[in-house]
Write a protein that binds this ligand. Structure first.
Ligand code: IPD
Ligand code: CA
Length: 265
């Protein structure tokens, strides 16, 4: 079974197991702090267990790097890493805001740039974004590309949750300069919307994103033709470490990147 098919099946199983849980009191159950540093909610635990059970069921030889469960070695002879944010957008999921997803990626080495396969599933409806290296990105069964023409409305995704006063001050011109700014609360799904051409740039300069939040989106954005850069505007890469915190910008092309960056220098 191809790795992408394994990720897709795991993701489908998450959807089946959590679709009636989101927004219920049961979703919120507190399981203490997970490996990523946030409180693990029952819905996070149910979703992660779904993936771990499935990988064990099919004897997939890998190391899992889960946001809640931490590093789980499923083999002494692993083929690579499964980077798992079983629920991205947990606050939305717990409250019942229909914008949260699962994010699963497979990497052969200890680097984002070694990711070969990714799946992001919109858990409000089961729709799936996926990519394999050098094979393109897909939304369900349709190939997707980042937006290519000049947009009628320029949509600027910008994550400001928990941003410092200094960062808000730096970003302020973006809000003022007639951009249509958006922030939905599930980083991976926002990257998927960007890859599908529904946003023109997505900016997260908070130095807060964990590898689990970005791993699947990393490949889906790149395979859809997007630029993916770090805060210094170099190509994004990072170690798959629990200590890693990332800032990044995803842009459809150099023109919009230059236009937006010139506003916040
Ligand atoms: C969070 C979401 C959110 C971002 C946070 C992440 P989680 O992931 O991606 O959009 O602002 O920084 O922690 O905790 O719901 O998996
Ligand atoms: Ca999560």
């Amino acid at each position: 079974m191809e790795v992408i098919e394994i990720l897709r099946e795991a993701s489908n199983r998450i959807y089946e197991n959590v679709k009636d849980l989101a927004g219920t009191e049961h979703a919120a159950g507190d399981f203490g702090r997970g490996a990523g540093g946030d409180i693990s909610r029952n819905i996070d635990i149910v979703a992660e267990k779904t993936v771990l059970d499935y990988l064990k069921e099919i004897n997939f030889e890998c190391v899992v790097l889960g946001e809640e469960c931490g590093r789980v070695e499923l083999s002494n002879n692993p083929k690579g890493y499964i980077i798992m944010d079983a629920i991205d957008g947990s606050a939305n999921a717990v409250r019942g805001v229909p914008f949260f997803c699962s994010s699963l990626a497979f990497a052969t080495e200890n680097k984002l740039s070694s990711i070969t396969d990714s799946v992001i599933t919109d858990l409000s409806n089961g729709e799936m974004y996926w990519a394999s290296k050098n094979k393109g990105s897909f939304f369900n069964e349709e190939p997707i590309k980042v937006h290519s023409s000049d947009p009628i409305y320029k949509i600027v995704g910008i994550n400001i949750s928990g941003a410092t006063a200094d960062l808000i001050k730096r970003l302020q011109p973006i809000f003022e300069n007639h951009n249509h700014t958006r922030h939905f609360g599930a980083n991976a799904l926002e990257m998927a919307l960007f890859a599908r051409g529904l946003m023109d740039i997505f900016i997260d300069l908070r130095d807060k994103i964990r590898i689990q939040d970005i791993a699947a989106g990393y490949l889906i954005v790149k395979e859809a033709g997007g630029l993916l850069l770090d805060a210094d505007l170099n190509p994004l890469d990072a170690d798959l470490s629990y200590d890693t915190r990332i800032s990044f910008i995803a842009a459809t092309n150099q023109k919009i990147l230059d236009e937006i960056m010139s506003q916040i220098k």
